[in-house]
Design a protein around this ligand. Sequence first.
Ligand code: NAP
Length: 260
Amino acid sequence: MDLGIRGKRAIVCASSKGLGRGVAEKLAEAGVDLTLNARTEAVLRETAKEIADTYGVKVQIVATDVTTEQGRKELLAAEPQPDILVNNAGGPPAGLWSDWHEEEWLKAVNANMLTPIYLMNAILPGMIERKWGRVVNITSGSVKSPIAQLGLSNAARSGLTGFVAGTARQVARHGVIINNLLPGSHETDRIKGLLEKTSETKGISIEQARAEAHAANPTGRFGTKEEFGAAAAFLCSQYSGFIVGQNLLLDGGAFNSTLG
Ligand code: NAP
């Protein structure tokens, strides 16, 4: 299927690895030129080269921390007029509700709520003027179904979800479409870290923690970054124009519900 976005330009935040990279690859496959971002320059450079070589699109990199004002300035200076914005950043640490104080809260809210909001604030006016834009925010299944040890994530991402719910409906008439993608467990470095934590807490091996997590999912496995990237690319396509302010859960059916 031709997604109808060949030649468009995208910023994909936090995209040298994991889900962000999965999205970048599927946008590249659809012919989108990319601005990729992550903090570790060597890994980012390698990812950019592999994507450019494989898909023949233009790829530039901005090695910076997207959760800082300076980082966002650098990103916007490199690509001031993207047609597509994919918001992403690392997730907050796991822990107990009593572990987190002002510093941890401010960090989580900054990374997983305010950073995507500030980037939308900067980029939406241009999209509105040009009468076309797509924004996908990578949030988490924890917005819909809380993961107790990820309280910082549950809370900060819920704030972003509330902002998107109203804003998506304000900008849709200008051809600007905003949606959220909610990953359940996907095979990335992030999930490896969480499995290590589970193995520690439960006193089981990492392999056992992984086997239990796979068994608990209706598909019997974790999701892949390719599956995730393809869903994101569709939400960035010409055909997503009537999907507004939605929260699409990609979790293999882990959230047990008849509707919604
Ligand atoms: P990952 O495999 O650890 O990859 C994270 C990527 O983001 C890397 O490229 C990393 O590169 C970059 N990054 C992290 N912090 C950054 C920052 N401040 N500025 C710029 N780039 C940054 O993680 P993932 O599994 O893809 O997860 C992506 C997001 O989805 C996270 O917020 C995670 O909490 C959420 N999520 C993931 C899952 C899952 O199962 N994987 C489930 C639910 C939610 P550098 O370290 O070099 O910056």
